[in-house]
Design a protein around this ligand. Structure first.
Ligand code: ADP
Length: 488
C-alpha cells in the first residue's frame, strides 16, 4: 500500500462531538475523521442512536436492519453531520430515553448498559465484516469500554475480519457486567475465559478489548507507561504488561478551529500571539460575568472540569484559603459530584469577589475562562491526556498541572533552567497533594509578578502545536502498519 493510499476505518464510540458529548472522548472521536482525511484515511463513525443523535442526522438512510438486536428490532442508519460520516444504531428499546448516554436524569446508570453497549459492539463487528453493502473497512477502531466487545465479536465470529485497535481514553471506566449476561449478548461460552471476556468472574468489556484487539493505544505516552504499573493499572496492569509490545501512546490534539482565539465569537475580544494584551478585555468580562472583583492585578486561576476525585477538586477546595491569601482569584466551571459543588459554593460565599463560578456544563463559559483567566489549574490525580490544558496553551492561559499522564507530556515546567533557556510553558507539580498544589500556586503567583517572564510563558504556550496534525499522522502510520501486517 502506498503511503497515502486511501484506507477505510470504522470508528466506534458512545460519544462523538458535536453529535453527543459528555467529555473528552467525544472531542477526540469527533475530531479524528477530519484529522485523518488529509492522511488518506476515510473514517466512518458508529454511535448509538440516542434521540439527540437521530434528530441531528435528519433524513438518514437505513443501511442494515436487525429483527432482534439485544432484545428488539434495530436499524443502522447512515447520514452526515458537521462533516462526519455517521452510522447510528436506531434501537428504540436501547437508546430512546432522556438522560445522558449512560444514566438517567438522577444520575443512575441504566440497568441495561451491558446490553446497550454490547449492541454497539455487535453492530460494529457486523459492519466490520461487510454488513453494509459496498462498505468493508480495513480497520475497526474501538474507543473505551463501551466499544470494548468489538474485538470479541470479531474473534468469535466466522470469516475474515478487519484489523482492530482499542483505544483507552480512561482506564477508570471498565464496563463490568455479570457473567449471566453472556448468552443474552450472543457470545459463546468459550469466550468466558482469561484470554477472552472473563474478568474476575464477570464480563469485562474493556478487558475484552485489551485482551483481543490487534493493537492498543492510549492517549499519551506517559499514560501508556503508567497503566502498566500496579499503582495506576486499575487491575488491568498485568494484562497491559503482557501486551506491552502492542501498546502505543498517541497524544490527543484539539480542534484548532473550534479553539481559535483569533476567531472565537464566544469571547469578548479576539486575540493572538501578537496581541496577547487584548486578553485584558476578556479578563474583565470574565470577572464581571462571574461576580469576581474586576481587578486586572489579581491573578485569575481558571478551572474547567468534571467535579470528581480524579480531577483533584477536593484538594483544590482545601487550598482555596491560601489561594485567596496570595491575592489570586478562582473562576470555576464544573459539573459532577454534589459534595464537591457544595464545597466550592461554600468557598464562594466565604470569599465573595475572589472565588466564583458556575456549576454545570457551559461551552461558552469554557471559552470565556480560557480566554480570560491568567492561569488554568489542572490538579488531576491521574489524567490520560487532558484537553483543557491544550486549550489553555492555545489561549494564553498558563497551565498549572499535576505531573501525570498527558499533562506531563504537554506542559513544559518553567523551572529555573527552563527559564534560563527561554523554555517553559507552565507550572508542574507532584505529588498530587494539598501541599504540593499550594506550592504550585505560590510559584505561579511569583512568576505572574515577573511580567516579562509571564509573557514569555504565554507566548511559548500559544506557539505550541496543539493541533491534530501530528497525532493524526501517528494514527495513520499505525493503521497502515497494522493493516499491512494483517494482510500478510
Ligand atoms: P475528561 O474527558 O476527563 O472530562 P478532558 O480534559 O480530556 O477531561 O476533556 C474535557 C472536555 O470537556 C474539554 O473539551 C472541556 O473543555 C470540556 N468540559 C469539561 N467540563 C466542562 C464544563 N463544565 N462545561 C463545558 N465544557 C466542559
Amino acid at each position: 500500500m502506498s503511503p497515502k493510499a486511501s484506507m477505510q476505518v470504522l470508528s466506534v464510540a458512545s460519544e462523538a462531538y458535536p453529535l453527543v458529548k459528555t467529555g473528552g472522548l467525544a472531542d477526540v472521536v469527533g475530531a479524528l475523521p477530519h484529522a485523518l482525511a488529509p492522511e488518506g484515511v476515510a473514517v466512518r463513525t458508529l454511535v448509538p442512536g440516542y434521540p439527540g443523535v437521530l434528530a441531528l442526522l435528519g433524513d438518514a438512510t437505513a443501511v442494515h436492519a436487525y429483527d432482534d438486536l439485544m432484545g428488539g428490532p434495530a436499524r443502522v442508519l447512515a447520514g452526515t453531520h458537521a462533516g462526519i460520516d455517521v452510522l447510528a444504531i436506531e434501537a428504540p428499546h436501547l437508546y430512546r430515553r432522556t438522560g445522558t448516554p449512560y444514566a438517567d436524569a438522577q444520575g443512575r446508570d441504566w440497568a441495561d448498559n451491558g446490553l446497550r453497549f454490547a449492541a454497539l459492539a455487535r453492530a460494529a463487528a457486523d459492519v466490520g465484516r461487510g454488513a453494509v453493502a459496498g462498505y468493508r473497512p480495513d480497520l475497526v477502531h474501538a474507543h473505551d469500554w463501551q466499544a470494548g466487545l468489538v474485538p470479541a465479536y470479531l474473534r468469535y465470529g466466522a470469516g475474515p475480519r478487519p484489523v482492530t485497535v482499542m483505544t483507552v481514553h480512561n482506564l477508570a471506566f471498565q464496563g463490568q457486567f455479570p457473567a449471566s449476561l453472556l448468552p443474552r449478548i450472543g457470545l459463546p461460552a468459550e469466550s468466558f475465559s482469561v484470554d477472552g471476556v472473563e474478568y474476575y468472574g464477570a464480563i469485562g468489556f474493556l478487558k475484552a478489548g485489551l485482551a483481543m484487539a490487534d493493537h492498543i493505544t492510549t492517549v499519551s505516552p506517559t499514560y501508556a507507561a503508567e497503566i502498566r504499573s500496579s499503582e495506576s493499572g486499575m487491575g488491568l496492569d498485568g494484562l497491559l504488561r503482557q501486551r506491552a509490545s502492542a501498546v502505543t501512546g498517541i497524544l490527543n490534539g484539539i480542534d484548532i478551529d473550534v479553539w481559535d482565539p483569533a476567531r472565537d465569537d464566544r469571547i469578548a475580544a479576539r486575540f493572538d500571539v501578537r496581541r496577547v494584551k487584548a486578553r485584558a478585555v476578556n479578563k474583565a468580562a470574565l470577572q464581571a460575568k462571574l461576580g469576581l472583583d474586576v481587578d486586572p492585578d489579581a491573578l485569575i486561576f481558571g478551572v474547567v472540569t468534571r467535579l470528581t476525585w480524579q480531577k483533584g477538586m477536593d484538594l483544590l477546595i482545601e487550598v482555596l484559603p491560601r489561594l485567596v491569601q496570595c491575592g489570586a482569584q478562582l473562576a470555576l466551571l464544573g459539573s459532577g459530584e454534589d459534595a464537591i459543588a457544595q464545597g466550592f459554593a461554600a468557598a464562594a460565599r466565604r470569599h465573595a469577589g475572589r472565588i466564583a463560578g458556575l456549576i454545570g456544563y457551559n461551552e461558552d463559559l469554557a471559552h470565556g475562562i480560557q480566554a480570560g483567566a491568567d492561569a488554568l489549574l489542572v490538579p488531576s490525580r491521574f489524567e490520560p491526556c487532558g484537553l483543557t490544558q491544550l486549550c489553555a496553551l492555545r489561549y494564553g492561559a498558563v497551565p498549572v498541572v499535576a505531573r501525570t499522564g498527558g499533562l506531563a507530556d504537554t506542559v513544559v515546567d518553567a523551572n529555573e533552567m527552563a527559564l534560563a533557556a527561554k523554555a517553559g510553558t507552565g507550572v508542574m507539580f507532584s505529588p498530587v497533594t494539598a501541599d504540593a498544589l499550594t506550592t504550585a500556586i505560590e510559584r505561579t503567583v511569583a512568576l505572574w509578578a515577573d511580567k516579562p517572564t509571564w509573557r514569555g510563558l504565554q507566548r511559548r504556550g500559544m506557539a505550541t502545536d496543539v493541533s491534530w496534525t501530528r497525532p493524526a499522522a501517528r494514527y495513520a502510520a499505525l493503521y497502515r502498519t497494522l493493516v499491512e501486517h494483517h494482510a500478510q
